[in-house]
Ligand binder design. Sequence first.
Ligand code: DAH
Length: 347
Amino acid sequence: MTDLNELSQKLASIRQDIETELKEIADSKGIYEYRKTIMDGKAGKIGSLMREMGKIPKDLKAEYGKRVNEIKNWAQDVFDRADEKLKEQEMERRYASEKIDITLPAKKFKKGNLHPNTQVRMQLADIFGSMGFQIYEGTEIETDYYNFTALNTPQDHPARDMQDTFYLGPEFLLRTQTSAGQVHVMENQKPPIKIISPGKVFRSDDDATHSPMFSQMEGLVVDKGITLCDLKGMLDVFVKKIFGEDTKTRLRPSYFPFTEPSVEVDVSCFQCHGKGCRLCKGTGWIEVLGAGVVNKKVLEGCGIDSDIYSGIAFGIGIERIAMLKYGINNIKLLFESDLRVLSQIDD
Ligand code: DAH
């Protein structure tokens, strides 16, 4: 190369080549590679220009150097801009492909739930626990004495016919009621007493609403000055929490050997609100539990002075509450472990 004209032409054609070739490159990695070949000190179209300095006549060297530097700077700039543009496009493509729609509803994971019986038992334990009741767990095998005799139901008492008992021998049986636990507690603890006793009970009984094994929760309060009003107050709290705030209670006279007076507790029908429907058999009321003032004979039998202390007791059928609350019409559904039924009840 001997004159500037020739140099100008050469540089112009290099520029043109670069501009054309750059357009073909689609990603920043390509730019990187291309830049390397162009700027390569030995073979690069621009990188090799400086090596030719030796062949340049002395008087042109300065101008040559200046022009080469110019094209170098130009090329760096062009590569930088092309690189920036492509990187931006690549980012945008990535953003688009990795886009997450945060407004989509979350995927539902199937999680297990507690058995309806367990749910009700825990709800009852919470409700009575918040009123200061402690939990006493009795045993499923009982003696005839604790299940019946101590509860004012001696051998020949007609009330024994109310419950068909599974005897394990002359003395032992499967408890028919959690009431058996009352006697253990009163024998071992001095008043004030305030316990609930949940557990399984057994009776030879089997139809749509009865099962040979079911669950109850007994309640017992013994202290000075305890009356039926205390019972009503506590049960009011309980039914409102379980069936809804506008639920009312009604006490009807009844008979249990271990309470005097004895009552059946009804709640106002939470389905029709008293108008009368199938659930309440048109009466507006649903029977939920038995209760009463602890019979003085039972207190005395446990060594508690009935002139000083009085008590109230109640027995809740857990399955019955679950069936009413969740609209289950056959008690068997609670024992068949059919997840299609059980998974619907998650309270
Ligand atoms: N034990 C009774 C039953 O199984 C329910 C019951 C009624 C329990 C009255 C009580 C009570 O504590 O006072 O049918």
